[in-house]
Design a protein around this ligand. Structure first.
Ligand code: FEO
Length: 618
């Protein structure tokens, strides 16, 4: 039976998953499986983007037939010829006799090498910038050589602002019912696999990935459809910035990855002691036994960390086999711009250190620490000092390391209250909604928190200037919609910068979602809704503190909750430079400008109702 997923009205995922594959491309372990994505565009003309691996051939053919709904298949766009995306080409040519292959010249050559392709009259060759109109949609083809093979191209559909990105922006892992990255906790559950996919599949080709990113920057992209992993429709900027970082070979995190190969545990012992010394200095460490951890994981971790330590025994007068494979793999993947230290071991003729240095010396911007440690079978007391010295030399290359607690001088704290200290609280942001008779209203708050677990009880603090506060005082009920990171700024304008006394904040919002208490909530831009029934309240001058029992709570999405800091860094538009210098204050929350030398007593922002503590001098 077919298994397909709708992406837009016109676009359907017709790919399939493989969870039985042990080694992708025969070399990369895929414990979470892998997806082979293919997409069918159902326009006046029908277009299929790539095919799948032979392992999932059968389901794929069923999927295409279902998505076509009886129509013929007009075009197969071959963006990437690697067999995990191309094994069904011959079968499709036979099944859909009118189907035309759309590809570039290089693809055609590879296709003829891999398969018995006849009927060149059914091939439409395209090159950089060529377009294909299918009715409502016009597809533009952009070449992306070496991301991951030389023939790779990507396709941009301006009608839906969709980029079909071939291998770029993919991820290991089968799709477990979800098709969009925002349906899962990507940062927690998939980012490591996305990094491992990037480094192992296209890590070698940083310059070529940067060229593709430059092309992508010129496009208005709302959706990315890769050949493996999830479709992206939210937080695309985060994904692009990860690719920009990885393709530049800049370390993602500051810390030391220690990879060791140890036959009898003595090399491991030295590596462990070094890790302890580094941790004592406040340096983050991760450790891998390269005889156990697959090389693709260690390569990915090497791309992640700023410093690399390799500890290897000598074997057959060379580097130990698993370490030798790792070092070759790292060099093949173009690792660069790292600080490297080496520990070698050898019972009679240690050579591994010099050989590791020689091999990695071929890579760009590798900074070797000069004190390679050479062990003779095992670490002895006399050499402990060398380990400490290596830790010190590594630490000296880390800027701004905290001093150990025992020697840190505690500066005398100032007596006064620094108003900026309040911004160090890790607040979230919420839309608080209430209902009084037929009147719905809501406002933005940043002060909602769980009080107790049994019973489930929460607190909210609301500015008395907000109409929602009056409504809760009167009705004793409310909803808290916990905003997620994809919340657009207009939600803050809608609920934060106008008063419910003057306007209907829900007018034209296009939804009427209500929880069991009849109060509205935000079905979009929020990841969770909690309903509260007030059991106590306290008046604290400008604000009312409400204590409430939770009467209902439900999750809307797996997206991370937005924090106050995230709002300032990613959502709130950056203030425009003033055309002329004005004397006054600007509200940090909404950008309102109060002109004048001082802030009057009792002043609150007319837009967002925040007080003088949230204003800063222009
Ligand atoms: Fe998934 Fe380069 O192929």
């Amino acid at each position: 039976m077919y298994c397909i997923k709708k992406i837009t009205d016109d676009l359907t995922w017709v790919g399939a998953n493989d969870r039985r594959l042990a080694m992708f491309e025969g070399v990369y372990s895929v414990p979470g499986g892998v997806s082979y994505n293919s997409y069918l565009l159902n326009d006046e003309k029908t277009v299929l983007f790539d095919t799948v691996d032979k392992a999932v051939h059968h389901r794929f053919l069923e999927n295409i037939a279902a998505a076509l709904q009886g129509k013929k298949l007009d075009y197969l766009v071959v963006q990437h010829m690697e067999p995990d995306h191309s094994t069904a080409i011959c079968e499709l040519l036979a099944r859909y006799p009118e189907m035309e292959l759309v590809c570039n010249e290089k693809t055609l050559g590879l296709m003829q090498q891999f398969y018995d392709i006849s009927g060149a009259q059914r091939v439409r060759l395209v090159s950089e910038g060529d377009t294909l109109n299918t009715g409502k949609h016009t597809l533009q083809f952009l070449m992306a050589p070496m991301v991951h093979w030389p023939e790779v191209m990507v396709t941009y559909d301006a009608a839906d602002k969709t980029l079909f990105s071939a291998d770029a922006f993919g991820c290991f892992g089968a799709l477990n019912g979800a098709i969009f990255a925002d349906e899962v906790d990507f940062a927690r559950d998939y980012m490591d696999e996305a990094r491992r996919y990037y480094t192992n599949i296209v890590g070698k080709y940083g310059a070529q990935v940067e060229a593709l990113l430059d092309k992508a920057a010129a496009l208005d992209i709302e959706r990315i459809c890769p050949l493996h992993g999830f479709v992206w429709r939210k937080n695309i900027g985060n994904l692009l910035s990860k690719y920009a970082l990885w393709s530049s070979y800049a370390p993602e995190e500051s810390g030391v990855m220690i990879a060791y190969a140890s036959v009898y545990g003595n090399t491991e012992n030295a590596a462990e002691i070094l890790a302890c010394r580094l941790r004592d200095k406040g340096i983050r460490t991760s450790m891998y036994d390269v005889s156990v951890t697959p090389a693709s994981d260690v390569v990915s971790e090497a791309f992640r960390w700023s410093h690399l330590v390799f500890a290897s025994t000598t074997y057959n007068a060379g580097i130990f086999v698993t370490m030798e494979a790792l070092i070759s793999d790292l060099a093949a993947h173009n690792i660069q711009n790292r600080t490297v230290a080496i520990i070698e071991n050898g019972s009679w003729a240690p050579t591994s250190g010099a050989l590791i240095r020689e091999k990695l010396g071929e890579c760009r911007d590798i900074r070797f620490l000069d004190n390679t440690i050479s062990l003779s079978s095992s670490l002895k007391t006399a050499q402990l000092e060398e380990i400490s010295l290596m830790a010190e030399k590594i630490a000296a290359t880390f800027p701004n390391l905290p001093k150990p607690a025992s020697v840190q001088e505690a500066p005398a704290p100032p007596d006064e209250i620094d108003p900026m200290a309040m911004f160090k609280f890790s607040y979230g942001l919420f839309v608080l909604t209430a209902k009084d008779g037929k009147k719905d209203n809501g406002c933005i708050i940043n002060t909602a928190a769980q009080l107790t677990d049994t019973p489930k009880r929460i607190s909210i603090t609301v500015n008395k200037a907000n109409h929602t506060c009056d409504m809760i005082l009167k009705t004793g009920e409310f909803n808290v919609s916990i905003l997620s990171e994809s919340v657009p700024f207009r939600v803050f304008e809608q609920f934060g910068f106008q008063s419910g006394r003057d306007v209907d904040k829900f007018e034209g919002c296009g939804y009427d979602a209500r929880s069991a208490n009849g109060i509205r909530y935000l079905p979009e831009s929020a990841n969770c809704v909690i309903s509260g029934k007030v059991i106590d309240s306290h008046d604290y001058g400008t604000h009312i503190l409400f204590i409430a029992d939770v009467t209902q709570a439900f999750i809307l999405s797996a997206e991370p909750s937005v924090t106050y800091q995230y709002y300032f860094e990613h959502i709130k538009p950056k203030p425009q430079a003033p055309k002329e210098h004005k004397e006054g204050y600007v509200c940090r929350i909404c950008g309102y400008v109060l002109e004048g030398e001082t802030i009057p007593d009792g002043f609150v922002c007319p837009l967002c109702k925040h007080g003088p503590e949230d204003f800063e001098k222009l």
